[in-house]
Design a protein around this ligand. Structure first.
Ligand SMILES: NC(=O)c1ncn([C@@H]2O[C@H](COP(=O)(O)O)[C@@H](O)[C@H]2O)c1NC=O
Length: 499
């Protein structure tokens, strides 16, 4: 039996329904200022907290419920005779239910308001009350999530009480929420990129059908406070997204956003398989398709420009999993939506990830994202690269950055005609890329050459320019091989390993 419930909610949705149900059960409702006013206006009998505490809300609401008359009523263990005698002596009455939703710090921290204003959205009294109720969950029912109201109402209707399993789950939800809330506050206040404790604050966006493989369970969580392209997008058509879809879409979107020119990127198995710059979205797509017309089947295709009907007509010719772009012309959308399963994603947020995490058994690795493409370009060979290859060199470096190491990309006229990666040595990646990208003039590598073998292989395929970070103790071997073969080679001094 819920004799007394304390309701203190920032967002008032569904609170009238819950309060009127409690009222119909004979529960006494206690509320803080705003909630009190809201319920009273709706005709629900309600007692103001200050009437219980004998103390007005002070300090602009910073102190409302922080009082022994409230916390004693929540924390007293009903089976503990001493506890019950103490609260009786002090004139404290038990509180059997606490309903709270917190100040919207997650939302407000992103808003364009001052630091001081953001600080005022750090809820103190709310977390204190719900933590207290959660600690005493066997005696005090705690509700922080509107989606739990119906279950609690139904149980109270049917049994007059709520079972212990539900009480415990609701208590667990409290600490799950307050830890994410506190993490968000900690990240807001701390200026340390790598603080003593890793505070992460992510909210479940959706349960996924499965993880990387069908026998693995999975869910997708998004940051409670940070913006992000893989969070702030709109799905305009198609089946639900999968675990692999989200990972692949992330790479495809990051690749196209490396470029100011019109770019299209196709991704398979988390690796770009076709990337090209074009005069239009359709042209870029046709060229990306040409890079590797085999692997693109079932791929994820990204554009950094609006997709028009001409492009859509090309896209629907083969089976694709996802098309992501900043926008779609109406007629393009119509064409794409004819394919019921094709996920069409509109995303206007540019990639803005500050840190990357990767988990290992018992730990999490955190690093700054790879944001620097090139330190400075230094030609290390006698032959200097012809200026006409400059754009292809930069293009190759931008693409190879997203290919798993060891990675080699060969380029022809701003098309990645040969992409090879994920090899345990560099020569295998080079051989694959060169074989696929016959006729290419530029070769880009994610890291230095330990031997001269890549240069020798490149010369067999007529490569004119090699761009790579440099920095091997054997750099002189590759430089000499380039000089012997008439290839120009430049160093960038920035490695782009991707493990
Ligand atoms: N200071 C307190 O004692 C306190 N007690 C409850 N709150 C919060 O006040 C909000 C509700 O306020 P109101 O009913 O006045 O609209 C809730 O989000 C609740 O979490 C408090 N506010 C912040 O710390």
């Amino acid at each position: 039996m819920i004799k007394r419930a304390l309701i203190s909610v920032y967002k008032k949705d569904k609170i009238y329904e819950l309060a009127s149900f409690l009222n119909s059960m004979g529960t006494q409702i206690i509320s803080t200022g705003g909630t009190y006013k809201y319920l009273k206006e709706k005709g629900i009998p309600v007692v103001e907290v200050s009437e219980i505490t004998g103390f007005d809300e002070i300090l602009d609401g910073r102190v409302k419920t922080l009082h022994p008359k409230i916390h004693g009523g929540i924390l007293a263990i009903r089976d503990n005779i001493e506890h019950m005698e103490t609260i009786k002596e002090k004139g404290i009455e038990p509180i059997d239910m606490v309903v709270v939703n917190l100040y919207p710090f997650f939302e407000k921290v992103k808003d364009d308001i001052s630091f001081e204003e953001k600080v005022e959205f750090i809820d103190i009294g709310g977390p204190t009350m719900i933590r207290a109720a959660a600690k005493n969950f066997e005696d005090v029912l705690v509700l922080t999530d509107v989606s739990d109201y119906d279950d609690v109402i139904n149980q109270l209707k049917e049994k007059g009480d709520v079972d212990i399993k539900t009480r415990r789950k609701l208590a667990g939800k409290v600490f799950n929420l307050t830890s994410a809330y506190d993490s968000a506050v900690a990240n807001f206040l701390l200026e340390d990129d790598y603080p003593e404790y890793l505070s992460i604050s992510y909210k479940k966006e959706m349960d996924l059908r499965y993880g990387e493989n069908p026998h693995q369970s999975a869910a997708y969580y998004v940051s409670t406070t940070e913006k992000g392209s893989m969070k702030d997008f709109e799905k305009l058509n198609g089946k639900e997204l999968s675990y692999n879809n989200i990972k692949d879409m992330d790479v495809a979107w990051k690749v196209v956003n490396e470029f100011d020119e019109i770019c299209c990127c196709a991704v398979k198995h988390n690796t770009p398989c076709g990337v090209a710059i074009g005069d239009s979205a359709a042209d870029a797509y046709k060229k990306a398709f040409e890079c590797d017309s085999v692997s693109i089947f079932g791929g994820i295709v990204a554009f950094n420009r609006r997709v028009d009907a001409d492009t859509a007509k090309e896209l629907v010719k083969i089976f694709l999993e996802i098309v992501i772009a900043p926008d779609f012309d109406e007629d393009a959308l119509k064409i794409l939506c004819e394919k019921k399963n094709l996920r069409v994603i509109k995303c206007s947020v540019k990639p803005c990830q500050k840190f990357e995490v990767c988990s290992v058994d018992g730990g999490i690795l955190v690093q700054d994202t790879d944001k620097v493409l090139i330190d400075n370009i230094e030609c290390v060979t006698q032959i200097k690269p012809d200026e006409k290859y400059y754009e292809d060199m930069i293009f190759g470096m931008k693409v190879v950055k997203y290919v798993k190491s060891n990675a080699i990309v060969v380029v022809k006229d701003k098309m990645a005609v040969g992409i090879a990666g994920g090899q345990v040595n560099r020569i295998w990646a080079a051989k694959q890329a060169l074989e696929r990208g016959k006729g290419a003039s530029v070769l880009a590598s994610d890291a230095f050459f330990p031997f001269s073998d890549v240069v020798e292989e490149a010369s067999k395929y007529g490569i004119k320019v090699i761009i790579q970070p440099g920095g091997s103790i054997n750099d002189n071997l590759s430089i000499k091989a380039c000089d012997d073969k008439g290839i120009a080679m430049v160093f960038t001094k920035i490695r782009h390993f991707k493990h």
